[in-house]
Design a binder for this molecule. Structure first.
Ligand code: MSP
Length: 485
């Protein structure tokens, strides 16, 4: 792999950042940081951002008294971006779909689909969920005939003339590519779900909406009465971002979309079909995570069980929040979290674990008043083994298992210290302390993509740069992961 392009979904501008967004964005951030270390900064491109058009956004702006919707999304953009910047998300480009360059790109792309004979006009009659921004098919509805994700008043009956895209023409090809793994969906259960849904039959989809119903969108090429369906132009952000930044070359390398299971059909069937129709190469992989639940229930304001990213960051710090959310990554199935679970995990692994380990060892080193060798050397065999395990887990996006590897390493060092008891004969223990110190430096370097702040703080404390080995006296370092009050 030479280059790595990673994306998060673009989030609806009218929403507020919740734990699901924080999960996907932190996972993408960790992967981008990992590959920057592996491939070099310039060979990684990481995008995240906002989906600024559609009914949802238009309605929210009106509700908040904005007659100028652009002003509303500008405000929301500032809020979201601030939140991402405060969280030190290392994105290379923050997407906005109201960017004129994105709009131009989308219009050209849609014109290509029209030119290639894959678009026709027809009547759509059925349900539309404003919450999902989606035309609901039978399989989207629950037993009561309602959208399982949104309030009944969010679902409207529509009968309208739209432009349709020939999804049915491309879906079999997508299935074939998935079967051959030329297009990879991970984990395997998410791939199976897509294949079985394609097998049940695929209908063409509407890709526009009448302007009289929704005006907040990109006008359809050569038809001022229609706007492009928000989902279609949102998917196109993955290409327009590269175009805007003159980074098209990244589309030829490794391309990975991260997303949640509710939007898998859009990404894994509609998006590749649009690309096939436009005769563009497909992305390489998508990683589809499941949902985070709180104590077995969906997070919702009415249940009062919502945990926000801010709750995590203010209680556990940036690295703490990152580590905890990644350790709970719902890999194949939904995973359950509670503040109590986060508290216990934080205390065990970070506060009593890593933070305490670093504090103890630096205190002991300080007490010997000797000089210690600082480098990223140490036992090469252990290093190679750990690095290759991480590499394999990264390939499958198993970030949750990577956090377990770090846990194991911390436990291992703790046990060693407990067995050797260096404090009983401090002067004779220098070699042992030296070994533990090097192991800690190696761990912080290796897991830098998950704990970037901690790694930076420790290296700064030792005044140590990764490139340069040195000998130095060690000063006590405390307060890395403070105890919870
Ligand atoms: N705007 C679309 C995406 C367009 S991408 C071309 C959208 N936006 S969203 O604001 O609703 O964000 C959705 C993301 O949050 C999805 O990846 C979704 O799966 C994720 N999550 C929403 N609730 C979630 C959980 N409870 N747990 C984990 N992720 C969840 O959809």
């Amino acid at each position: 792999m030479k280059t790595f392009y990673i994306t998060t979904p673009i989030y609806y501008a009218n929403g507020s950042p919740h734990l699901g967004h924080f999960l996907t964005t932190s996972a993408a951030d960790a992967l981008a940081r990992y590959y920057r270390q592996e491939l070099g900064e310039e060979n990684v491109f990481f995008t995240t951002g906002l989906d600024e058009h559609g009914t949802n956004v238009e309605q929210s702006a009106k509700k908040e008294g904005y007659s100028n919707i652009q002003e509303y999304v500008d405000r929301r953009f500032n809020e979201w971006k601030k939140m991402f910047d405060v969280s030190q998300i290392s994105y290379d480009y923050f997407v906005r779909t109201t960017n004129p360059k994105h709009k131009d790109f989308v219009k050209k792309f849609i014109s290509t689909l029209v030119d290639n004979g894959d678009v026709y006009k027809a009547k759509y009659k059925g349900k539309y969920c404003n919450g999902c921004e989606k035309f609901l098919t039978k399989s989207d509805l629950d037993e009561r005939g309602l959208c399982p994700l949104h309030r009944p008043d969010q679902v409207v009956e529509v009968e309208e003339e739209n432009y349709f895209f020939k999804l049915s023409k491309y879906a079999p090809k997508v299935a074939e590519l998935l079967q051959k793994n030329s297009l990879r969906i991970l984990p395997d259960n998410k791939k199976k779900e897509i294949l079985s849904r394609i097998n049940q039959g695929v209908e063409d989809i509407s890709i526009s909406r009448p302007k009289e119903k929704i005006s907040w969108g990109i006008e359809f090429p050569n038809d001022s009465n229609q706007v492009i369906y928000v989902w279609v132009e949102a998917l196109l952000n993955y290409l327009s971002s590269l175009h805007i930044n003159k980074k098209e070359i990244f589309w030829e390398g490794q391309t990975t979309h991260l997303l949640g299971k509710d939007i898998s059909w859009f990404h894994n069937v509609i998006w590749p079909s649009l690309l096939l129709s436009a005769k563009k190469p497909l992305f390489k992989e998508s990683f589809v995570h499941s949902f985070l639940k709180v104590a077995g229930q969906k997070m919702s304001k009415s249940l009062g069980n919502v945990i926000t990213p801010q709750d995590l960051i203010s209680r556990y710090g940036l690295d703490g929040a990152r580590f905890l959310i990644l350790s709970s990554l719902p890999y194949k199935n939904d995973s359950d979290v509670t503040m109590d679970y986060f508290d216990k995990k934080y205390s065990a692994v970070l506060s009593n674990g890593l933070g305490n380990l670093i504090s103890r060892i630096t205190k002991l080193c300080e007490n010997t008043s000797k000089e210690y060798y600082l480098s990223l050397g140490g036992s090469l065999k252990t290093q190679e083994q750990l690095k290759s395990k991480i590499k394999d887990l990264i390939k499958d996006y198993k970030l949750n298992e990577i956090t377990l590897l770090l846990e194991e390493q911390i436990n291992f060092l703790d046990k060693e210290i407990q067995t050797v008891k260096p404090w009983e004969n401090l002067e004779e223990s220098q070699e042992f302390l030296q070994g533990v110190l090097l192991h800690i430096l190696f761990l912080l370097h290796t897991f830098n993509f998950i704990l970037p702040q901690t790694s930076k703080k420790v290296f700064a404390h030792f005044n140590f740069t990764r490139e340069q080995d040195k000998k130095s006296k060690i000063k006590h370092l405390t307060g890395l992961f403070p105890r919870l009050s």
